[in-house]
Ligand binder design. Structure first.
Ligand code: ADP
Ligand code: MG
Length: 214
């Protein structure tokens, strides 16, 4: 599938053509159209198959093309298992947002809390971070998720392996409203805790599994 076959904002298509990405990868071909419809999704595919853009593209399309539910709260929250992975996602997002007025903030554990509070006060539309520190900001009331439209869990199985189940449940509860969409990515699907998480966090999710995940 060609990216130009998808109903995407010209700024997204321009980014993709600058990167010389013409064909969507398998996971992108399946996940993006579904995500653009506002549906929940649980997807797996192997490392290096382009999962980051599979969720960043529909997330940005939504932010560019629809009105926000709140002026202050972030519209999209992306959680990743480690500081390094969250940083990589953030850098891809920043590249995608280059030249746009849409702003994004990176919230990592181990960094200065008050600097993050200040950054959150600027009302970013995207927040990318690790679950522990994001939960801390919710506790501290420096972050609210009443207006959250899209929750994305990257490498959900790894977040569970790292012991973030409680934080994920808490974040889920704080962003619990009718209009929220959730996209979950995981290398494995056969994990009891993941099944529980899927049941509590996703609404009638579409399942996409490409090749042997890992
Ligand atoms: P995953 O999360 O599945 O491990 P990434 O999202 O990190 O994979 O993507 C792996 C690499 O593939 C990145 O360098 C990314 O820029 C590149 N990539 C993503 N989508 C495409 C595409 N449609 N065509 C070519 N390269 C792509
Ligand atoms: Mg990835």
């Amino acid at each position: 599938m060609l990216f130009t076959d998808l109903p995407l904002d010209h700024r997204i298509l321009h980014f993709l053509s600058r990167k010389q990405f013409q064909n969507a990868t398998d996971i992108q071909s399946q996940a993006i159209p579904h995500a653009l419809l506002g549906k929940d999704l649980i997807a797996s595919s192997k490392t290096g198959s382009g999962k980051t853009l599979a969720y960043l593209i529909p997330a940005l399309q939504r932010v560019l093309k629809t009105r926000s539910l709140s002026k202050k709260d972030p519209r999209v929250l992306i959680l990743a298992p480690t500081r390094e992975l969250a940083k990589q996602v953030f850098l891809q997002l920043r590249a995608l947002l280059d030249g746009m007025s849409t702003n994004a903030v990176l919230i990592l554990g181990g960094e200065n809390f008050n600097d993050q509070v200040k950054a959150l006060r600027r009302n970013p539309q995207f927040v990318v971070g690790t679950a522990g520190r994001v939960a801390d900001h919710l506790q501290d009331k420096s972050l609210f998720l009443n207006g959250l439209e899209l929750l994305i869990l990257d490498e959900a199985d790894r977040m569970l392996d790292m012991g973030f189940a409680e934080q994920l449940k808490f974040i889920n509860a704080m962003a619990d409203h009718r209009k929220r969409q959730t996209l979950m990515f995981s290398a494995t699907m056969d994990n009891t805790e993941l099944h529980y998480l899927t049941k509590t966090m996703l609404k009638a999710p579409q399942r996409i599994s490409i090749g042997s995940a890992g």
